[in-house]
Design a protein around this ligand. Structure first.
Ligand SMILES: Nc1ncnc2c1ncn2[C@@H]1O[C@H](COP(=O)(O)OP(=O)(O)OP(=O)(O)O)[C@@H](O)[C@H]1O
Length: 461
């Protein structure tokens, strides 16, 4: 098959490499772009069969041979002489539908691939910079004493950082003492409002009658006892800053309506005042209550609930992130040392023992206990035997040494717990579904095994 002069000229104008074979795979045309791309002369290829070139290792795959085999277009990606190539082979048929030529279009995608790899590297670098940035921002606050070592708390901080970047209301959920206020401050410090006021109102602590004036302030003479010159409320004080509404579930329905109105209209009036005051505050609410149930029972307004619940963050209880405890203890010690002349040394075994407790009062309870221990310790040294008896187990003989003893210790705690609740061994045994004899035998056995001073424990029981 001979290619006409016009076609030949045309093929030389194309910037992609072109290599054409006949229906048997014999090369009939190689354009200049192909020669340049693969640094090869057309005369060395024209007249050669693709099957021979493949056999000699010139190429691994031949699109021409594949097209001849299938009679369909074929696209291959090949590495050829150190270059990444994309090759598309197209069949050409005569009027009798017989294959006469295969036209292969070859494009060098080496640079494109390099670009793709560079892009991927840049993306990876960007990602690691972002992670480092988040980490550094968290560390900065960590230096303020905020501990977030556990995975769950790191997720809380990541979410808090995300929401800090916008102005939406945040709802912090979590048991008492888990650190809702700490996270509220963290959000404020990392928001554009940092540097402006952070005002906290405990909605559960202020008598209902005073709540409205606490929120919106009053003008002089607004009511009996209103001070001269009036007083600004928290919405004025927190202007441009953040208003932290702690225990928002304790707010009266009446005040809920007023709060919702301010949030929607962004303006209010002092009690007894005529002037409308514009307000620009970011609301962070917190509660340990089940607000959804309160909404169902009409104790909390649904519209306010949706308004505040735009971005909820749940802070897990300490018992679900005990790995934070040793770091919290260190954080406490650092804070304590800032205020007291005596350095605090907390024995590592104390940290271990503290990790065994469930801390229903969460971090507040942990810190209160540490404070008590720090005060009662002689020289700032806190040792295991300073801990309350139910926490303290002398090292060695009485601490579980293996899995079986761990299980026994667990069983022993259950036996004791049942006795505390049910008062008599008969009822305790009944509650655990065992006979009184078994109960007493196990209790005595474990008591001898795990208690430093069984007599003392007896008194407690
Ligand atoms: N992640 C933390 N790192 C260090 N200290 C913390 C952390 N979380 C809480 N604390 C400390 O624990 C104590 C209780 O925290 P906070 O007052 O924020 O809890 P809360 O959930 O707001 O409690 P409540 O619901 O009773 O108001 C504070 O002394 C606080 O500094």
């Amino acid at each position: 098959m001979v290619i006409s002069k016009e076609w030949d000229n045309l093929l030389e104008l194309i910037s992609d490499g072109i290599i054409i074979t006949d229906h048997q795979g014999v090369i009939v045309k190689v354009n200049k772009a192909y020669e340049r791309m693969l640094s090869i002369k057309a005369v060395d290829l024209v007249g050669r069969n693709m099957s021979d070139l493949k056999r000699e290792g010139f190429l691994e795959e031949s699109s021409s041979l594949k097209v001849i085999e299938t009679k369909h277009p074929v696209t291959l990606i090949q590495e050829h002489f150190g270059k990444d190539l994309i090759v598309t082979g197209m069949p050409m048929f005569n009027e009798q539908n017989e294959l006469i030529l295969v036209i292969n279009c070859v494009r060098d995608i080496t640079e494109l691939n390099q670009l793709k790899r560079s892009m991927q590297q840049i993306e990876q670098i960007n990602h690691s910079y972002f992670e480092q940035l988040t980490y550094l921002r968290q560390r900065e606050i960590h230096l303020d004493g905020l501990v977030a070592h556990s995975q769950s708390m790191r997720e809380v901080l990541t979410n808090a950082l995300k929401v800090a970047a916008v102005d939406s209301p945040v709802m912090l959920r979590g048991e008492s003492g888990v650190g809702k206020e700490v996270i509220a401050k963290f959000i404020h410090q990392n928001s554009r409002r940092n540097g402006e006021a952070f005002i906290k109102v405990n909605c559960g602590a202020i008598p209902e009658k005073l709540m409205e004036s606490e929120f919106f302030g009053y003008e002089s003479g607004a009511f009996t006892g209103a001070g001269k010159g009036g007083k600004p409320g928290v919405f004025e004080l927190a202007n441009k800053g953040t208003l932290f509404l702690d225990e928002v579930g304790d707010m009266s329905l009446d005040l809920q309506v007023k709060l919702l109105r301010v949030l929607e209209e962004k303006e209010f009036r002092r009690i007894g005042g005529v002037k409308t005051i514009q307000t620009d505050v970011r609301i962070i609410a917190a509660t340990h209550q089940h607000l959804e149930e309160m909404v169902a029972q009409k104790q909390f307004r649904q519209d306010l609930y949706y308004r505040l619940q735009v971005y909820p963050i749940s802070i897990p209880p300490l018992r679900e992130r005990k790995e934070d405890i040793p770091y919290l203890v260190d954080s406490f010690a650092r804070k304590y040392e800032e205020k007291h002349p005596v350095p605090l040394h907390i024995d590592p075994m104390v940290k271990q023992l503290l990790c065994r407790c469930d801390w229903p009062g969460n971090i507040r309870e942990l810190f209160n206990m540490l404070e008590r221990l720090a005060i009662t310790s002689n020289n700032g040294e806190i040792l295991p035997d300073h801990l309350p008896l139910e926490m303290y187990r002398p090292v060695g003989s009485t601490l579980p040494r293996n899995f079986l003893e761990e299980v026994e210790m667990f069983e022993y705690q259950g036996l004791k717990q049942a006795l505390v609740i049910h008062k008599t061994t008969r009822k305790a045994a009944q509650s655990l579904g065992m006979s009184q004899t078994t109960y007493v035998r196990k209790l005595n056995l474990y008591r001898d095994k795990f208690e430093a001073d069984p007599k003392m424990e007896q008194e407690i029981l």
